[in-house]
Design a protein around this ligand. Structure first.
Ligand code: ACO
Length: 375
């Protein structure tokens, strides 16, 4: 007989950390990053400014921003052993997140969490871009210190200096997803660093957590749906068939946001600007048409569930417009989120208490040992 003990398997009701980094108000649809509403920050800030904001709790002045940019740019080069691991991963056609996890583990901790944080943010884009090329049988493109973080990432992927519109699109994406309160990968990183382990270990664990389809999400299926629909005239019948068969529409619904995810609007605006300047507007218009139909039909088939477009839908559209293959969507998310992970780890270390929740024991008690020949 086991006692029924209350427990909270998803920890939804548990407040496990105090943070000044970001806050999610899912009922009002407000995401605050470093005190700024997302709509205020994204579109204004460069990625480096957002990193500075997370770490210092204020925006940098011109000199401070130049210093940070220079410092990160100087840390972009891959160590030989990291490149070696990426080559082996490519030979085995490992998925991008597995390659990123393995490559992160090759980085040596300096023992100083802040220094490791610079290193991780500097080198993550190089790891992901190098792997994207290696798996296609191409040589990696060496980073360029004169380009900003977002521009250099696109440059390392393609070997070409990207247009301003593309840089702006990626910059907005990077700032939009840089942090999102105590999400699973961030929590995983904080748990690991709370043992006074090192930053490299904490971030390697976070990459592992982000890989899961319940967290890193699946922006690729949202885009596949738009491609399968192919034409506005087929949108409603396609969506009705899916919903009628009890299937879920990818890119809609969220555990916390019960109104529209503010990241969806910000990324939609970024995608629209980018497609207008430098993309296939037909695809953008089709996606918006599919979205409108989907929202209308979700209300019809699932009344009162308050299902709205989530971040994945417009992530897919934006990253596809930037020319990224679907396999790069989640690793590119990590290229941005690594700054949030590091900021949370530094915050955890400042007020550290080892994170060690309890558990409800539901097993037997007071068993007596039975010799093996009597079992
Ligand atoms: N399409 C159709 N119906 C849906 C969808 C959807 N996308 N999402 C939820 N529903 C329905 C459910 O079937 C359920 O209906 P019921 O009450 O008749 O059983 C109801 O809405 C509530 O769904 P839950 O599963 O309880 O919602 P939950 O909060 O657990 O799920 C989730 C959130 C996982 C994101 C869900 O909405 C979903 O599967 N969406 C599609 C996948 C997706 O877009 N994932 C990326 C999420 S964004 C991110 O994680 C960063």
């Amino acid at each position: 007989m086991t006692a029924k003990i209350d427990h909270d398997p998803g920890l939804e009701e548990v407040i496990a950390a105090r943070t000044r980094l970001s806050h999610v108000d899912g009922l009002q649809g407000i995401l605050t990053i470093g005190g700024f509403r997302l709509e205020e920050l994204a579109g204004h800030a460069t990625y480096e400014e957002a990193v500075y904001l997370l770490w210092q709790d204020r925006l940098p002045n011109v000199t401070e921003l130049a210093d940070l940019r220079e410092r990160l740019a100087a840390l972009r080069t891959l160590p030989d052993e990291t490149l070696h691991v990426l080559n082996m991963a490519a030979a085995r056609h490992m998925p991008g997140m597995d390659a990123l996890r393995s490559a992160t583990g090759t980085l040596e901790s300096s023992g100083d969490p802040q220094r490791d944080a610079y290193r991780l943010i500097g080198v993550f884009p190089t790891i992901v871009a190098a792997y994207a090329r290696l798996i296609e049988g191409q040589e990696p493109v060496a980073p360029r210190a004169d380009l900003g973080h977002a521009a250099n990432y696109l440059y390392m992927l393609t070997g070409e200096v990207p247009s301003e519109a593309r840089v702006k699109g990626l910059e907005t994406y990077f700032v939009t997803v840089i942090d999102h309160s105590l999400n699973v990968s961030t929590f995983a990183a904080r748990v690991i660093i709370s043992t006074q382990s090192d930053m490299i270990s904490a971030i390697t664990g976070a990459v592992g957590a982000l890989k899961g389809p319940l967290h890193g999400g699946a922006p690729a299926p949202a885009l596949d749906m738009v491609f399968e629909i192919g034409d506005e005239s087929r949108s409603e019948s396609y969506l009705r068939a899916k919903l009628g068969a009890g299937e879920r529409l990818m890119g809609f619904g969220h555990r916390i946001y019960k109104v529209r995810d503010p990241r969806a609007d910000v990324l939609n605006a970024a995608a629209e600007a980018m497609y207008k300047a430098d993309g296939d507007m037909r695809l953008y218009r089709l996606a918006r048409h599919v979205e409108r139909d989907a929202l209308r039909l979700l209300e019809e088939y699932k009344p009162g569930r308050r299902l709205q477009t989530n971040v994945e839908f417009f992530t897919a559209l934006l990253l596809h417009g930037l020319g990224l293959p679907t396999g790069l969507f989640t690793p590119t998310f990590a290229v941005s989120r690594v700054a949030g992970w590091c900021a949370h780890c530094l915050e955890q270390l400042r007020e550290n208490r080892i994170i060690r929740p309890g558990s409800a024991y539901v097993g037997e008690m007071d068993r007596r040992w039975i010799p093996i020949e009597e079992r």
